[in-house]
Design a protein around this ligand. Structure first.
Ligand code: ZN
Length: 243
């Protein structure tokens, strides 16, 4: 995972069709809970395939799955919602039927995911502490609840995961461990690919230290201020490299 930052809303020109879908959803949301329990909201799925939405989300997510970071050129990806639209799972078999249907057309809730991550995530969405109340607006929701799945837009993956040179992605917080487990971020399909990428990356770095040495070597000169910190990090990264 990589931090994407807040999502700038796509420029969606007013569309009568979307207007009708929004009105229909608002009508549903106003119905009493008992009535809602008997009838599911009609969500216009074509919204997620609409060109302005597709291109904005693709671009914002760098055309990669927000969780496993595989490119949409290499694996099948789709646009779905970060917070599920119904039956948000509490992580213990229970779920909240109405969460989070009111966010169905909120661009800030849209993410690009690969089909494997999507099928592992399903509608699971446990939170630490209380869940945000029904109808909490998008602008307030991240301040009202703490999801166990790391939020690619508002969360900070670097705080939750430790990426190791052998390709492993270790969760170092409750959120990191849950996200990694739920999405299978250390499954062999991802581990092998990530390890290969790390090998290439470290190979380039190692070559620049060993051959194109001058600039980099100056940083590792033990006589320079803070050389201990730099050498320590370099040793951790490259192991046997003589520094
Ligand atoms: Zn994925």
């Amino acid at each position: 995972m990589i931090r994407l930052g807040p999502f700038p809303n796509p420029k969606i020109a007013y569309d009568p069709y979307l207007g009708a879908s929004l009105r229909q959803l608002r009508d549903y949301l106003r119905r009493p809970k008992q009535e809602r329990a008997q009838r599911r909201a009609q969500i216009d799925e074509s919204f997620y395939f609409w060109e302005p939405v597709q291109s904005a989300v693709q671009e914002r997510c760098f055309e990669k799955c927000v969780f496993c970071e595989r490119s949409s050129r290499d694996v099948e990806t789709l646009i779905e919602t970060f917070r599920p639209l119904r039956d948000a799972g509490n992580g213990n078999g229970d779920s909240e039927q109405d969460h989070y249907v009111w966010l169905a057309y909120e661009p800030e809730n849209l993410i690009l995911v690969c089909i494997e991550c999507s099928s592992r995530k399903r509608t699971e969405f446990p939170v630490i502490g209380p869940r945000a109340p029904y109808l909490t607006p998008m602008s307030e929701i991240s301040g009202r609840e703490k999801p166990l799945i790391v939020d690619p837009y508002r969360g900070n993956p670097e705080r939750h995961f430790l990426f190791l040179a052998d390709g492993r992605c270790e969760g170092v917080t409750k959120e990191g461990r849950f996200t990694s487990w739920l999405l299978g971020l250390n499954e062999s399909r991802l581990l092998g690919a990530r390890a290969g990428e790390m090998d290439t990356f470290l190979g380039h770095l190692r070559a620049s230290i060993e051959t194109d040495g001058r600039g980099v070597a100056a940083y590792l000169d033990p006589r320079t201020p803070f050389a201990g910190a730099r050498i320590g990090v370099a040793r951790r990264l490259f192991g046997p490299v003589a520094v």
